[in-house]
Design a protein around this ligand. Structure first.
Ligand SMILES: Nc1ncnc2c1ncn2[C@@H]1O[C@H](COP(=O)(O)OP(=O)(O)OP(=O)(O)O)[C@@H](O)[C@H]1O
Ligand SMILES: [Mg+2]
Length: 477
């Protein structure tokens, strides 16, 4: 059981919290979207307190960091955590012993997530699931699924939170639109359903975006991928500046496809122009020249992808290929768009072929060899994620043929011996040889290994990888 209970505030503390809320509502510089109007009726006969609080509010909110946070329309849980920290400090020095609880309750009011806002402030929580008034679960990084002691008096209280979320994100929600999908600026995803479709109770599911984005170094360190396989993919994705391969990350639900895709983006040279196409914002591009496109009402993935082709991308990244946009993507590759990256829900390369060539994707089989590599990730029962194999596809007689480049033998990801035919093409295009490519993979492997101990964050990892090209004698230019 995860204990949520945060101590209640006494009357003065509660009024202070409400005053600070009202202050945010009225201050024109703060553009945060707020779920509810301030409660005017609580101030009868409390005028003296109000003027005392006014001074506090003015000095607390003059903190530039707080001003910055509240000048966004939508604030992420990660930022609210910082907010709580600063407000706690500010109130403490003004003599409020219960400062932290006041700050947390204020953050919760501003967030508009009601009681579950508290759960969003805990970095150890990956997911929050409200199944009903008596069923609030979390996925805890260390403990897995745990029920919380949070209980809502009734389904109506959950509905109220959903209403607030819809309001903050400017979404319509009614019997005809019983689903709500929203993304916070930091990538956390919120989904809610109304009793039209979940008759037992309205539900809320929040998948928090991990503030700490996993870099390729994190993935090597935690055993998701070997340095050798990462180096291989580096050469493939960068393509020695001449012939970047088209790569799809495949795997089952929550196997870590998107996480791996994000980590692999660091292998695209930093001067390239990247355009991402997604349903919900999950792909994060560290490059400066980038555009993120998201589907909207009647605008489909396919519409976005077609438009992308007019935006002169060096790279097209498709968050998840799953519908008619697949054909457009393959046509783009057919006319020479290289270095395409994306994810696809499939259990192995043959399964990927099945899915790609049937409804709703309908890619002609003859086009399948345009995707050069499939990187397959798998989630194991202990919760770890590992790349199980890297498979290349090549043009066979009238069809597509697959070859394993990396496979798992006795629990270890190993190169099968051949870098594969696509690497031969890459070598040819880059005017080099298979032998040189092997050497280049080895050099990059050593380069990655040398950086493993540095504990670089996602962005520094990207910078460190790009420094490689500037080193004398290294490929890529
Ligand atoms: N290699 C990894 N090591 C540790 N944690 C990981 C790894 N990959 C993913 N995770 C965690 O697992 C969760 C799901 O990951 P992710 O969204 O990448 O999976 P997915 O396969 O794209 O899921 P979906 O099927 O919903 O698209 C995330 O919370 C993420 O932080
Ligand atoms: Mg995904």
């Amino acid at each position: 059981m995860y204990k949520v209970r945060i101590p209640y505030l006494d009357e003065e503390e509660y009024l202070l919290k409400e005053y600070l809320y009202e202050y945010v509502v009225n201050k024109r510089e703060f553009t945060i979207r707020l779920p509810r109007p301030p409660k005017k009726e609580i101030w009868k006969g409390k005028e003296a307190l109000r003027s005392k609080f006014k001074e506090i509010a003015e000095s607390v909110f003059s903190n530039p960091e707080i001003q910055e946070i509240l000048s966004d329309q939508i604030v992420s849980p990660a930022e609210f955590k910082r907010f709580v920290k600063i407000i706690t400090k500010e109130l403490k020095v003004r003599g409020f012993e219960n400062a932290k609880n006041i700050a947390i309750r204020l953050a919760m009011s501003l967030m508009g997530y009601g009681e579950i806002g508290f759960l969003l402030l805990d970095d150890n929580i990956e997911e929050v699931e409200v199944n009903g008034p008596k069923g609030v679960f979390i996925y805890h990084k260390k403990k897995g699924y745990v029920q919380t002691d949070l209980v809502f008096p009734s389904a109506a209280d959950i509905l109220e939170i959903i209403d607030q979320i819809a309001h903050i994100h400017g979404k319509t929600l009614d019997e005809e639109h019983p689903f709500l999908d929203a993304t916070l600026p930091d990538g956390s995803r919120v989904n809610a359903t109304l009793p039209t479709v979940t008759p037992e109770s309205p539900t809320i599911t929040v998948r928090k975006f991990s503030r700490h984005k996993l870099s390729i170094f994190d993935l090597i360190r935690n055993g998701t991928i070997t340095a050798e396989a990462a180096a291989y993919l580096w050469v493939a994705i960068e393509g020695l500046r001449m012939y970047p391969l088209n790569v799809l990350v495949i795997g089952g639900t929550a196997s870590g496809k998107t996480t791996l895709l994000n980590a692999l983006l660091a292998f695209i040279p930093e001067d390239q122009r990247i355009i991402t196409v997604e349903d919900t914002r999950e792909v994060f591009v560290p490059h400066r020249n980038r555009v993120h496109m998201i589907t909207y009402d009647g605008v489909t993935m396919n519409d976005l992808l077609i438009n992308t082709l007019r935006m002169r991308p060096d790279r097209i990244i498709v968050g998840e290929v799953r519908g008619p946009e697949a054909v457009t993507l393959f046509q783009a590759m057919d006319v020479g768009h290289r270095g395409v990256l994306g994810t696809l829900h499939a259990n192995n390369a043959v399964d990927a072929k099945e899915r790609l060539t049937h409804e709703p994707m309908n890619v002609p089989e003859s086009m399948l060899p345009l995707v050069n590599l499939y990187v397959m990730v798998k989630r194991y029962p202990d919760g770890s994620r590992r790349v199980k194999e890297i498979v290349e596809s090549v043009r066979g007689e009238n069809t597509v043929a697959y070859g394993n480049i990396f496979e798992t033998v006795n629990g270890e990801l190993r190169m099968t011996g051949s870098v594969g035919q696509n690497m031969d093409t890459l070598a040819e295009e880059a005017n080099t040889t298979r032998k040189e490519i092997m050497k280049e993979i080895e050099r990059r492997k050593q380069y990655l290994e040398a950086l493993l101990d540095k504990k670089l964050d996602y962005t520094s990892a990207f910078r460190a990888i790009n420094k490689y090209y500037a080193l004398e004698g290294n490929g890529g230019g």
